[in-house]
Design a protein around this ligand. Structure first.
Ligand SMILES: [Fe+2]
Ligand SMILES: [Fe+2]
Length: 297
């Protein structure tokens, strides 16, 4: 019975990737021509939606002058694209190594689209950072899990990609629609959101299929360890959005102490839940997570 269910979901995934590959071909654009990149962006406008700022809802937010808020929105916008650049770089390495690998034969065509699009996303995000911030922020790495068997590693790689893409997409959707942001900020987010809706549709079905392959072999205890590992990854994603270097560049005093103060503010847990809701609901629904508890960040 379980075997039959696996077969059905694998068949559905093959059909979906065929459709998504055709859509990717039809929607293909040249990112090197698409963006016009004005010389500068208005410094008297927010570059990130106010409700997405890491200080949103906190006491710190109330203490900031308009000038400080503008500076912070600029550097948190740069940080958000920097997080994307590093996230993409890591996932590209993993996905590329799975081209034509056993278990992925049927999805290879779509993986080529995926890799090509992610390479372009990294380029336009980095271009934004370099042009308007003069840098791409470095980010602390995440300790990888102990080496596991190939089936488990395949599952973890694509589960992490899905978590990352779902979180980012919340920000992209919000900023694409926010008419108070400069058009270049909205465009970068809009273009990314369009490609990501295909990646997320693919990721959700693929992660389910890969998890069913893991579950066929793993004990309940092993599954619990995978859940713990992925939850640590969720925490790492959330933490990367509180970058002390962005606070420093915004001219705020004692950036490390400020970061702790912002993180301690309980209102942040509700804000984080907003962008974690979709991935956590999905992972719980398909049984990868037993609950939605995430370690305190
Ligand atoms: Fe992307
Ligand atoms: Fe993506």
């Amino acid at each position: 019975m379980q075997h039959l269910r696996n077969k059905n979901s694998e068949q559905r995934l093959i059909e979906l990737t065929g459709r998504l590959s055709r859509m990717a071909t039809e929607d293909y654009y040249n990112p090197y021509r698409l963006f016009s990149w004005p010389q500068t962006l208005p410094e008297d406008e927010l570059w990130m939606s106010e409700d997405l700022l890491s200080v949103s809802g906190t006491e710190v937010m109330n203490e900031l002058s308009r000038e400080q808020l503008l500076r912070l929105a600029k550097w948190e916008s740069i940080n958000f694209y920097s997080v994307n650049v590093h996230g993409i770089r890591e996932l590209l390495t993993e996905v590329t190594s799975r081209l034509y690998a056993p278990g992925f034969e049927e999805f290879t065509d779509f993986l080529h689209h995926f890799i090509g699009e992610e390479n372009e996303h990294a380029w336009f995000f980095a271009e934004f950072c370099r042009r308007y911030g003069g840098r791409v922020y470095a980010l602390p790495g995440l300790k990888t899990q102990d080496p596991a068997d190939r089936t488990t590693e395949n599952f973890l790689v694509f589960a992490k990609i899905l978590i990352f893409e779902e979180i980012v997409d919340y920000f992209n959707e919000r900023m694409a629609e926010d008419a108070s942001l400069p058009e270049t900020v909205r465009q970068v987010n809009r273009v990314h959101h369009k490609d990501e809706s295909r990646h997320i549709a693919f990721g959700r079905q693929l992660v389910e299929v890969l998890y069913s392959r893991v579950r066929d072999e793993a004990t309940a205890q092993e599954c619990a360890r995978l859940e713990q590992y992925l939850k640590r990854y969720v925490t790492w994603c959330v933490q990367s959005l509180y970058n002390p270097a962005a606070y420093r560049d915004a001219g705020l005093a004692e950036p490390l102490a400020l970061r702790s103060r912002i993180l301690r503010d309980e209102t942040r847990r509700q804000a984080e839940r907003r962008y974690l809701r979709r991935p956590l609901t999905f992972l719980t629904k398909v049984g990868i997570f037993q609950d939605q508890t995430i370690q305190a960040v």
